[in-house]
Design a protein around this ligand. Structure first.
Ligand code: SAM
Length: 291
C-alpha cells in the first residue's frame, strides 16, 4: 500500500488527506490511520479539525496552514519533511487543494524531493456531479465564480459550449444573482442542477430550467447551506451545442446575423472554445461526410 503496508508505520512524506464534507461516516479507514500516525497535521483551521480529531479520538498535534500563512508555513513544514517527518495536510472539509489550501505545499514538496501521498475521500464537486444527471464524460471544475457582477458575467460568457458539464462552488447569499446571470447569458430554459448540503441532514437536489429553480429558491424565507451549481450550456434552441454540427451553427449565424462564413466560423470556434483551424477542419469533415 503506498505510504505503508497495512499495520506498518507510514513512510516519511506529505499526506494529502480528504475529510468529510458533512457526514462524518465519510472519513476513510486509511485517513483515520494516517491522521493517527503522522507526526503533525497541518490544518486550514486547527479548531475545525480538532473537532474531527476529538470525534475519532486522535491526539496528533496540529499546526495551522491557511491562505494567509501558506508561504512561510510551507517553508517550515518542508524543512521538517526533508528531515524525514510524516506530515498530513487537511482542509476544513473535503479534499485539500480543491478550492482550499494545499497546492503550494505540494509544489514545494515535489521541488524538494519529498514523497507525496494522496489519501482520497470526500469532495463536493465530484459528489454533486455523479448525482446531477448531467454528462460525466467531460466536466470542468471552476471553483468559485467571481463575486463581482461584471466579472461573473464575463466568466459565464467565456464558458465553452461543447457539451461538457461546468461545475461551480457558490455561496448561498450569491446564488440568486448567479442564476439570474445564467438566465441572461444563456436562456431562461437553461437546465441547471443545484446540489445543496451534500451528505448532510438537509441534502437537496434542485434540477430544472434556471428560471424555475431561481423562483423556487427566491420564494424561500432564507437560502442556507453549502451549494454546488452545475450545468452544460445550451444553444438558443435548447440543444447542447455538441449535438449540433459546426455547419449548422455557421449557417444559422450567417443567416441571423448576415455575416460571412469566415466570420461565422470564427464565432462558432470561440463559443466552442476551440481554435479557428480546428473548427475549419471539422467543418470540412462534416461537409465531406455529406457528399
Ligand atoms: N475542498 C472542498 C472539496 O473538496 O469539496 C471544497 C472547499 S470550498 C472552500 C467550500 C465550498 O465547497 C462550499 O462553499 C460549497 O460550494 C462546496 N461544498 C462543500 N461542502 C459541501 C456540501 N456538503 N454540499 C454542497 N457543497 C459543498
Amino acid at each position: 500500500m503506498p505510504g505503508s503496508a497495512q499495520n506498518e508505520p507510514f513512510a516519511p512524506g506529505l499526506y494529502l488527506v480528504a475529510t468529510p464534507i458533512g457526514n462524518l461516516e465519510d472519513i476513510t479507514l486509511r485517513a483515520l490511520r494516517v491522521l493517527g500516525s503522522v507526526d503533525r497535521i497541518a490544518c486550514e483551521d486547527t479548531r475545525q479539525t480538532q473537532k474531527l480529531l476529538n470525534h475519532f479520538s486522535i491526539a496528533t498535534p496540529t499546526v495551522s496552514y491557511h491562505l494567509h500563512n501558506e508561504g512561510p508555513r510551507a517553508e517550515e513544514l518542508i524543512a521538517q519533511l526533508k528531515q524525514g517527518a510524516r506530515i498530513a495536510v487537511v482542509s476544513d472539509a473535503g479534499t485539500p487543494g480543491i478550492a482550499d489550501p494545499g497546492a503550494q505545499i505540494v509544489a514545494e514538496a515535489i521541488a524538494a524531493g519529498v514523497a507525496i501521498y494522496p489519501v482520497p475521500g470526500a469532495n463536493a464537486a465530484i459528489s454533486a456531479l455523479v448525482a446531477s444527471g448531467l454528462s460525466t464524460e467531460q466536466f470542468i471544475f471552476h471553483g468559485f465564480l467571481p463575486a463581482k457582477a461584471g466579472q461573473r458575467k464575463t466568466a459565464l460568457e467565456s464558458l465553452t459550449r461543447t457539451g461538457a458539464t461546468h461545475i461551480f462552488y457558490e455561496a448561498p447569499h450569491r446564488i440568486i444573482e448567479t442564476l439570474a446571470d445564467i438566465e441572461v447569458v444563456f436562456a431562461a430554459s437553461q437546465h441547471i442542477v443545484i446540489a445543496r448540503e451534500l451528505t448532510k441532514l438537509h441534502e437537496e437536489f434542485l434540477r430544472g430550467p434556471v428560471s424555475e429553480v431561481r423562483n423556487q429558491l427566491a420564494a424561500r424565507p432564507a437560502i442556507r447551506g453549502e451549494i454546488v451549481l452545475l450545468f452544460a450550456p445550451e444553444t438558443s434552441n435548447g440543444a447542447t451545442q455538441q449535438t449540433r454540427s459546426i455547419a449548422q451553427d455557421v449557417a444559422v449565424l450567417m443567416q441571423s446575423e448576415n455575416i460571412s462564413e469566415k466570420d461565422a466560423l470564427k464565432r462558432v470556434a470561440r463559443e466552442r472554445g476551440i481554435g479557428k483551424s480546428e473548427a475549419y477542419r471539422e467543418l470540412q469533415r462534416e461537409q465531406s461526410r455529406k457528399h
